[in-house]
Ligand binder design. Sequence first.
Ligand code: HEM
Length: 384
Amino acid sequence: MDPLSSLASLFDASRAHARLRQTDPVHWSEQLQCWFLTRYEDVAHAFRDPRLSSARSELFIARYLADKASLTRDYLRLSKRSMLMTDGADHARLRKEYGTGFTHAFVKSWRPVVARVMDELLAAVRDQGRMELVSDFSAPLVPLILMELFDIPTKDRKRFRTWIDAAGKFGNVLEAGPVRRANDSMRRMEKYLLRHLLRNEPEERMDVTELISNVILTLTAGYVATSDQLSTGVYNLLIHPNQRLLLRERPELLTGAVEEVLRYTPSAPLIYRIALDDIPMGGKVLRSGQWVCLAVAAANRDPTAFHEPDCFDITRKPNRHLSFASGPHTCLGAALARQVLARGLEVLFHSQPGLRLDPERSRQPKFNGGIFYGFHSLPLVFSS
Ligand code: HEM
């Protein structure tokens, strides 16, 4: 039987992935019609291999949404112009033009915004002694920060947030309703951005659609990945009390804790590419046109790259995880994501004393759709 026969097994970094890495590291899943790479070295190389294309929007729709293609027109039109879905010279141009706002120095200057948004969200639950981490904190957090950074006026933020939420669900849920809502939200964001934000001349080497497409990419992809990563980060620290205690005793380990959370349960555990050529790998041949899954979650637990990989260890050094990818598509928002995760873990564990899982309400893990891994809900209690 295919070891990746269920959705849950797709995300099971410690068992299903380990079994594949040991027995069949370049694995063809007949059921999923996709190659799965689970070794650190193979995944790291694959991220840099120009024969593995990122231009996958059209193929994704043809494969999973063929019967609903008419509902995805705007989504496709915009998403295929984003840097995430382009290759080679086009990708390099978009990244160069758009990426200037994401330098470390610039991201550092956003610190006060990040801190203020977090304080406001926590102030709303402080007296209650309990919170639902996802809806009260990790989900609203990044949209609020990004909308402020993108200058979306306060009066428009509520409706803009509903568009971000709906568009962020594309690919995670394949039913007609959410697909239609994601598509409509893309069109509405485009219209809004055209009317309100882009009255000035667009960048010289980027047309308006490209600019809008990449703004939307930042608002949607960055938001879901960071929200999920923060939720699983909090969860990991709560279920590893010795590591949590260590972090309290040695706050200088915060940076290490963020990297370990990213390694241990990456919020984007499976990244997909399309083979543009026949590519020999590990005694097999990836055929041109086939889907290839770079199983980051598995690579992050490869014992040839990490000592005792299944151990959650915030002192781990070095920690060269692949959770922000590697090569030309390395996450553009990594510096912002790291800042949000560090500050998020810090404020939650320092200013909410006695933070723990709520024993009376159950948590709901999320691994639907095969793209993001996190929680739908994570109820917590603390001493108010
Ligand atoms: C913990 C949070 C995050 C994780 C785990 C993450 C992960 C990733 C990964 C794995 C990729 C590469 C995808 C691929 O190669 O197909 C990527 C690309 C990207 N990410 Fe993130 N991301 C996070 C947060 C963010 C944030 C906060 C932003 C922006 C505000 C952002 C913006 C982008 C952009 C624009 C790209 C496309 C880069 C390119 O194609 O050249 N990400 N991210």
